[in-house]
Design a protein around this ligand. Structure first.
Ligand SMILES: Cc1cc2nc3c(=O)[nH]c(=O)nc-3n(C[C@H](O)[C@H](O)[C@H](O)COP(=O)(O)O)c2cc1C
Length: 281
């Protein structure tokens, strides 16, 4: 099992020690052109999580390849590059320019208006463009997640990441949306049951590796994702409150696995899904 950061929730160049405490570092999503992102206010706290409408702010592919990527390589931690775009060919062009990294296709940003082509079309275009390991990050909004996952696998993905944020709105004291954009992506503790359900559904649809994320705050949360079929686990919003979360979650995960009667966390892999299959039979 790899412990990863969730894309967009950690800047490895300002926090290199935290980035190196993960088994691999996942970059913020890179788009072909530079993006300033949405107008502030772009972040809002809510009772059980946070809303963000960053809108894929990033320096763009050329600056990423020429400046950011070499600095990230110097950290000596395996790299996952999150690739975004607004058409299949845009994703594919970035994939073709990347070597010696795992690629995570962000097929699920709730904070941009442009409607991308279908997830499977994008994966197929990227598969032609790269031999690097290719993960597809899909949305929890997907109506039939199992079908989406099967289509992504058929198109050549090597793994699936889920979940991205859910769309949410927060209101200020004047009952106006706190975020300038109105809606944003909702992340943090409230997302955990959604993430568990998504990983569960995906695991029943595929044997590909799955990166589970969404609301993981402690070792028990990570163990639950593994029990639902996550191969790897990623930490997102928790990093804003607790930069020491990677070490803490690892320790808690071992202890929680033991408490649940498993020698190692990996031994709990898929037990929730198997349990349901047994009940159904
Ligand atoms: C401030 C912020 C920025 C994010 N930026 C990205 C991004 O650039 N690409 C992406 O795929 N997901 C992005 N996400 C989503 C996270 O990677 C993750 O899927 C989501 O937050 C759920 O995990 P969590 O509840 O542990 O935060 C972002 C989330 C937050 C809170």
């Amino acid at each position: 099992m790899l412990l990863l950061n969730a894309s967009g929730c950690l800047d490895a160049l300002t926090a290199p020690d935290i980035a190196s405490s993960f088994d691999a570092f996942v970059t913020k999503t890179v788009t072909p052109e530079p993006r300033r992102g949405n107008t502030p206010v772009r972040i809002a706290e809510t009772d059980f999580g946070m809303l963000n409408a960053i809108g894929l702010a990033n320096p763009g592919r050329e600056v990423f390849l020429a400046e950011t990527l070499p600095q990230l390589r110097a950290l000596n931690v395996p790299l996952w590059v999150s690739v975004g775009g607004f058409a299949a060919h845009e994703y594919a062009e970035t994939c073709a320019r990347l070597d010696n990294v795992t690629i995570e296709l962000n097929l699920s940003c709730p904070n941009v208006d442009e409607a991308p082509e279908s997830a499977a079309e994008i994966v197929a275009a990227c598969r032609e463009a790269t031999a690097n390991p290719l993960y597809a990050k899909v949305s929890p909004h997907s109506w039939d997640l199992a079908e989406t996952v099967r289509a992504i696998e058929a198109a050549g993905a090597d793994g699936v990441s889920l979940v991205n944020t859910l769309r949410g709105v927060a209101l200020d004291s004047h009952l106006h949306p706190t975020l300038a954009r109105g809606a944003g992506g909702y992340s943090g503790p409230a997302l955990k049951p959604v993430a568990l359900a998504a990983v569960f559904a995906a695991r029943r649809a595929t044997e590909l590796p799955i990166v589970g994320m969404g609301g993981v705050c402690n070792g028990r949360d990570a163990l639950e994702l593994i029990a639902c079929g996550a191969t790897h686990v990623a930490l997102g919003t928790v990093l804003f409150a607790d930069p020491g979360a990677p070490g803490r979650v690892r320790e808690e995960l071992e202890a929680e696995a033991a408490r649940a009667g498993f020698d190692r966390p990996a031994d709990a892999f898929g037990v929730a899904v198997d349990g349901v299959a047994r009940l159904a039979n």
